[in-house]
Design a protein around this ligand. Sequence first.
Ligand SMILES: [Zn+2]
Length: 379
Amino acid sequence: MNYSNIFKYFLYGLLVLGLSSNANSINDLNKIRTSFDNNQKKVRIVFDASKKIEFQIKNSKNQSQININLKNIRTNKNFSKPSIDKKYFKKFILRKIDNNLDFELVTNYKIQYKYFSLKPNNNYGHRLVFDIYLGKKKSTNTKEKKKNSTKKIFVIAIDAGHGGKDPGAIGRRGTKEKDIVLLIAKRLHKLLKKEKNIKPILIRNKDSYLSLRQRINKARRYKADLFLSIHANASKNRKARGSSVYVLSQHGATSEQAKWLANKENSSDLLGGASIDDKDQDVAQVLLDLSQSVTIETSLKASSIILKKLKKISKLQFNSTEQAGFVVLKSPDIPSVLIETAFLSNPKEEKKLKTKKFQKNIAKAVKDAILEIIRKGII
Ligand SMILES: [Zn+2]
């Protein structure tokens, strides 16, 4: 097909056609109809109106879209936008600008087009018809997309809990949570660094104190795709043991979000003297509020994979993800999961937490989980 003549004619200009002398009375757009020809090479777009349509075409430089400014017209009450085939079209926009309607059609193809007006007949009123011919698929676009999807680098924020003046839980032998979780975080970081499509970030890489806000800000600065906070648990019950995984509950997200808004500056630093008396308090220090249920959904999916991998190397305290309404991961847009690796308050587990083997196993399990999370397109 060669429509180049028609196309050239319209290509760089701005055309004003069909200007009516009666510009003051507003036209009604009743419908936009679309139809394809049999071999899907041409799409016809028909604007049905109560009067002759005045319009202006703004040709785009990249030849894959068409912009038409429909003059002095409004959509009538029964108007509904037609659905478009995503295979061919990227965007179909109708904007009201003053008394005009701006129609924008963005396609996945190089296009050419012609148009004509039709007077009313027995079946239809005034019509403006555009025939849009789909040429070559915009190759740069699809290539770019492919490149992007294969080249997507996943940023994983690894947050070793506590640090500096905040030791976290302390075991009977004096093992400090902040030290153990930093070792595990570093091991995980090292493993993830080997993966081509992963960029791991250590929220802290030394024994330093970071407020909750600082932790989140850092993750956000790096545009993290996933935030993992690593901890070791503690309980009054010295027999309590096993790994567990937390995400924020919707209820917690909502109420904490409200609290946060009310008290922006203070809410991030609830790290008082960490107590090993109450395991919940430990969790409370870490998880911040996630305001979006979508993020929580994603966090839940990710956490169940993490739990599945942990199960292979450790006893689980709970068989499913726990959801808690604590003041914790304050990024509404970053899926966030808190991992309690084991109980420092349990003498056996304290001993285990200190071993390279267990630290490595945890790091490996979490790494495997992250790979599966990415493979399954969860983040
Ligand atoms: Zn902790």
